[in-house]
Design a protein around this ligand. Structure first.
Ligand code: FES
Ligand SMILES: [Fe+2]
Length: 422
């Protein structure tokens, strides 16, 4: 018996005609050949979020981003009002242009120009080659032909996206579509308190993402976060989301506020650390409210509303919480069965020490939950890789898992058809 109304077709899964209800294969999460297809079909074609504009506040502010799945590193730099991105490769003999002590590590800073550490070639913030060491020794070399290789770059709501295709088939806004454009007016730019962490996990990037596309696992994997007396009841009650929506390869799941209002619960039902800090996974309890939110934040008009988790295909998610804060997830594949997870927690700047403690509590709770997921997902990857089972059943609360793998398969299929056409 469902807790919330289902669509007229009887389930969220049947509501979306491109999905079926059959058990699914997870071959797409263990096959090295499939991973190579994803590199080309997904990661060299989709718009990928790489940062936020606050990371590059002034002309010359820059950061680098390692995109292992596309075998490249990029440098993102502010040049006046423009945000530009380039492949992080010197045009002379290929040295990585921008790095600090270790070439594999990301870096950031402020520069007037970029100088190659190998033979000293220089590049302006617009990517133009401005200086060649001993230029007279070269043969008919025109610096104008040796600028940095640009990467398509655009911003949405302060998030910086790049597209590694030579010519993207869609603009960023076309790619995002109305569902994701609906979050645009959320006050992301005011939420400058940021806590960040990253973890490498031995799981395929989709297996990792799957755990954030459903909350079916939450009353089991995360039940230890609740006082002991409540655990059996929480697991038994299970989890149901009141609203799912998919659009193109993207999606949103919304949860009901009744599950989130820790502050309304009897004190004995709340973890002592949460009580003491008036904070926890659902955010600081006393955080200043943001006023009326853009309607796109709660597209299912769920009341009371708790959380909307927007999935930006292929590897980014924004979770917007009732308590007036948001966090993001990003899943960067590093091999067929490893992923780097980046988690960021954002809120309005703290105005007092107790607010600061509340934000830190929210951030460490989020990290603790994420590590519980990561730990489980290494075990999941091992089970799938055992290769003894080739079909896995998904329920209606896992509709976005089904949709996500369908989306990746569709992009790979489109790529293969284009290759076949020549
Ligand atoms: S490789 Fe950069 S200057 Fe030679
Ligand atoms: Fe989880």
């Amino acid at each position: 018996m469902s807790r919330y109304p289902k669509p007229a077709e009887g389930s969220w899964t049947r509501h979306y005609p491109h999905l079926d209800t059959e058990p699914v294969s997870y071959e797409d999460s263990i096959s090295p050949e499939w991973f190579d297809l994803e590199r080309e079909a997904v990661f060299r074609r989709a718009w990928l979020k790489v940062g936020r504009v606050e990371q590059i506040p002034r002309t010359g502010s820059y950061f680098t981003k390692e995109i292992a799945v596309a075998n490249t590193s990029i440098v993102v730099v502010r040049d006046g009002p423009d945000v530009r991105a380039f492949h992080n490769v010197c045009r002379h003999r290929g040295n990585k242009l921008v790095w600090t002590d270790f070439p594999k590590e990301e870096t950031s800073g402020t520069a007037r120009q970029f100088v190659c550490k190998y033979h000293g070639w220089r590049y302006g913030l617009d990517g133009a080659c401005t200086f060649v060491q001993q230029e007279g020794e070269f043969f008919n070399l025109d610096k104008a032909d040796y600028g940095l290789m640009p990467v398509h770059c655009d911003t949405f709501a302060g998030f910086i996206f790049v597209n590694l295709a030579p010519e993207p088939s869609q603009s960023l806004r076309e790619f995002l579509g109305p569902l994701l454009l609906g979050v645009e007016d959320y006050p992301f730019g005011e939420m400058t308190d940021r806590y960040a962490f990253r973890v490498e996990c031995r799981a395929n990037w989709k297996v990792f993402s799957d755990a954030f596309l459903e909350f079916y696992h939450a009353p089991v994997v995360h039940v230890g976060q609740h006082p002991r007396a409540l655990r059996a009841m929480i697991t038994q009650a299970g989890y149901e989301a009141p609203y799912y929506q998919v659009e193109g390869p993207h999606a949103v799941v919304t949860t009901a506020g009744s599950l989130h209002r820790v502050w309304e619960m009897p004190a004995e039902n709340v973890k002592p650390a949460d009580l003491a800090t008036r904070s926890g996974l659902f955010g600081p309890w006393d955080q200043s409210q943001l006023g009326e939110l853009p309607p796109g934040i709660n597209p299912g008009k769920i009341n009371p509303w708790g959380l909307s988790s927007f999935q930006f295909f292929p590897n980014f998610a924004i979770l917007i919480w009732e308590a007036g804060w948001y966090n993001t997830h990003q899943y960067w594949p590093t091999s067929p069965n490893t992923v780097v997870f980046e988690g960021d927690v954002y809120s309005l700047p703290a105005k007092s020490a107790s607010e600061r403690v509340g934000r830190e509590m929210a951030a460490v709770s989020f990290k603790e939950y994420s590590l519980q997921d990561a730990n489980t997902l290494e075990a999941t990857q091992m089970g799938i890789e055992a290769g003894v089972i080739d079909r896995w059943p998904l329920n209606d609360q896992e509709v976005l898992v089904r949709h996500f793998h369908h989306g990746v398969q569709e992009w790979v299929g489109n790529y293969q058809r284009e290759l076949a056409r020549g």
